[in-house]
Design a protein around this ligand. Structure first.
Ligand code: COI
Length: 453
């Protein structure tokens, strides 16, 4: 039979108070507002969430299994010399691994104080994950290439539907900040975000491998294996991001910090060090980090030098050692610390105690807008850059709106991307002068994914 829609199933239950009472076991110390008829437009969703919040039979079975973590090197070796048998093995790994990883995070959400689930956005994320968990759990084994193509379509649709996860989660957890201790909130967000990256990597790698097999493309040394570029040129990634950003207009009116600013062009980016460095990595991850760091560097440089005709350059230094590739991005934008930000690492925090901006109206408003658009957040730099077609003169048009307005996710996400395969990201503020950011990425690909089991 066709899979029954999770929402239909829950809406059906939610309509009947007696059925709902039957399946929902409210903890006596935590009376739930959701069992009452709610005037909130989100009422039905909230009742649905409450109904399955404690329906744990299947969830427990999956959550008790450990994740099978992989290294970047394993992803490359497995993806090289693909054939039908290996592709189907990969499909079934994704089919059985993703519900385990999702189950861990659903359990994690259930362990939060219930007041968190009542915050805007959180029930939506819970529902999306429950729905994805249920669909993966029921997905039949894959035996043939045709079945794998159908599976890839299913996965691609889920990847699209889940684009709103980050703004919703960030909105909900920012609003939950008054109810959670900073360490608890931040460690929860870290687990949610790194796990999400890991699931998207597995899903996207498999669909990319499938595309390569279907199109007869060879996966060879120096080329792409799934989503991994086996000889990624760091220098070229930096240039691509810089070029794109330099074509972006500056949204003066949207920047609460800006007064009148000059029309100086954006700063130049000077690349030095081991500029020929190449290594095997996921292009999207490196570019996400570089893009966000350059974006911050550009903005603070402009704000620090409001009347300059020429802004001081941003320097990107690339260094390859035996085990790591490092990139240091240095700007002269005045540094990071302010009365609100006491330590650079506070910028990674989702707690208003460490980072007061989390509860600022402008930021919450931007998060609400993105959360409610079906488009969600632009997931990748390639999507942003790729969406910009050069005009007839080969120029990138400069009238495009910033696809990801300032929602405070760039630094925390860059940190998560850097640490996912065992790297690091450190911010050093030279107060009154500028900021140095050090990104280190292991170059041998032998570290396991940094997700919690
Ligand atoms: C996510 O993007 O949040 C996911 O978990 C993706 C997965 C369902 C394919």
């Amino acid at each position: 039979p066709p899979l029954q829609s999770h929402t239909m199933h829950l809406a059906g239950r939610a309509c009947s108070r007696s059925t709902a009472r039957h399946t929902f076991i409210p903890a006596p110390t935590r009376p739930s507002p959701y069992l009452h008829d709610s005037p909130h437009p989100d009422g039905m969703r909230r009742i649905s969430t409450a109904v399955h919040f404690y329906q744990n039979r299947h969830l427990e079975a999956y959550a008790s299994k450990p994740a099978t973590r992989l290294t970047l090197r394993q992803l490359v070796f497995f993806g090289k010399s693909m054939n039908e048998e290996r592709l189907i093995k990969s499909a079934n790994y994704v089919r059985t691994e993703l519900p385990i990883r999702i189950a861990h995070r659903l359990r994690d959400m259930q362990a939060l104080p219930y007041v968190v689930v009542t915050q805007e956005g959180v029930a939506k994320v819970y529902e999306l994950y429950w729905d994805a968990f249920d669909k993966f759990r029921r997905y039949p084994q894959i035996h043939t290439l045709e079945e794998n193509n159908a599976f890839c379509e299913f996965v691609t649709n889920l990847l699209k539907t889940h684009k709103t996860v980050i703004p919703n989660l960030s909105l909900g957890l920012s609003l939950s900040s008054p109810y959670l201790l900073p360490d608890r909130l931040d460690s929860f967000m870290r687990r949610m975000l790194v796990s999400r990256i890991s699931r998207r990597v597995l899903a996207e790698h498999h669909t990319a491998l499938t595309r390569q097999v279907n199109s007869g493309e060879e996966t060879h040394a120096g080329g792409n294996v799934g989503i991994i570029s086996t000889a990624l040129e760091v220098n070229q990634c930096i240039e691509r991001c810089a070029k794109y950003l330099q074509h972006q207009p500056y949204h003066l009116e949207e920047d609460p910090l800006s007064g009148p600013l000059s029309n100086a062009p954006w700063p130049k980016v000077v690349i030095d060090g081991h500029v020929k460095t190449k290594f095997a990595y996921i292009r999207e991850h490196l570019e996400y980090i570089i893009f966000e760091l350059l974006k911050n560097a550009f903005r603070s440089t402009r704000l620090k030098h409001p009347t300059a005709d020429v802004l001081p350059p941003v320097r990107a230094t690339v260094v390859a050692s035996d085990n790591n590739v490092c990139v240091r991005i240095s700007d002269q934008g005045g540094g990071l610390l302010s009365p609100e930000i006491k330590m650079p690492s506070d910028l990674f925090s989702f707690s208003h105690v460490r980072n007061a901006a989390r509860l600022e109206d402008a930021r919450l408003g931007a998060l609400r807008t993105i959360s409610s658009s079906t488009r969600g957040m632009t997931a990748t730099v390639s999507e942003q850059i790729g969406g910009l077609q050069p005009d007839a003169h080969g120029e990138i048009p400069s009238d495009c709106a910033d696809p990801n307005p300032r929602i405070g996710m760039g630094l925390p996400m860059s940190n998560i991307y850097a640490t996912y395969f065992g790297g690091s990201l450190e911010l050093v503020s030279l107060d009154g002068y500028g900021t140095d950011v050090f990104v280190r990425l292991p170059k041998l690909g032998t570290n396991l994914e940094g997700i919690e089991l």
